[in-house]
Design a protein around this ligand. Sequence first.
Ligand SMILES: NC(=O)c1ccc[n+]([C@@H]2O[C@H](COP(=O)([O-])OP(=O)(O)OC[C@H]3O[C@@H](n4cnc5c(N)ncnc54)[C@H](O)[C@@H]3O)[C@@H](O)[C@H]2O)c1
Length: 156
Amino acid sequence: MSGRVEGKVAFITGAARGQGRSHAVRLAQEGADIIAVDICEPVRNISYEFPTEADLAETARQVEALDRRIITHKVDIRDYDGLKAAVDDGVAQLGRLDIVAANAGLGSSPYRAWEMPEEVWQDMIDVNLTGQWQTCKAAIPHMIDGGNGVALPGFR
Ligand SMILES: NC(=O)c1ccc[n+]([C@@H]2O[C@H](COP(=O)([O-])OP(=O)(O)OC[C@H]3O[C@@H](n4cnc5c(N)ncnc54)[C@H](O)[C@@H]3O)[C@@H](O)[C@H]2O)c1
């Protein structure tokens, strides 16, 4: 039986570990090629450990072990130009884009709301909100161009 996403390409943010890696490997098991990005370095004021480029490479190794292709980039989803360049490169190499998993994000802050420094709040908003929108902004034109999305009349 062929995979449920055979021949499709999935773009996954935060793919160096955790749920992002799991999405990459599961989609590869079902036949998809993968475009994977991760910041691969700490975000200021966040106390837990962040993955490294070696972790993103391990995700790539696991996908390639399934005979699927994967394009990886170390990029911060707050950096729209970097994110767009990563998606553009992945689509140029893999030929299309069908699936987006906007997974990268910061976990809960240790601060109580009234004690949280403004820059911690701003980083949360920049990653967990703006970063998700930028992920969609970088990806959606490829899906529409490939006939994999719906452009409402008058909106394109
Ligand atoms: N695990 C949970 O119980 C849970 C609950 C609620 C929400 N979430 C969210 O689901 C997502 C995945 O969870 P997880 O447990 O695998 O978390 P995780 O911390 O293990 O993985 C998140 C990944 O996102 C990456 N990342 C963070 N900021 C980034 C940025 N600015 N640019 C690019 N990459 C960035 C990290 O490096 C990491 O690899 C996260 O967004 C998390 O906040 C998880």
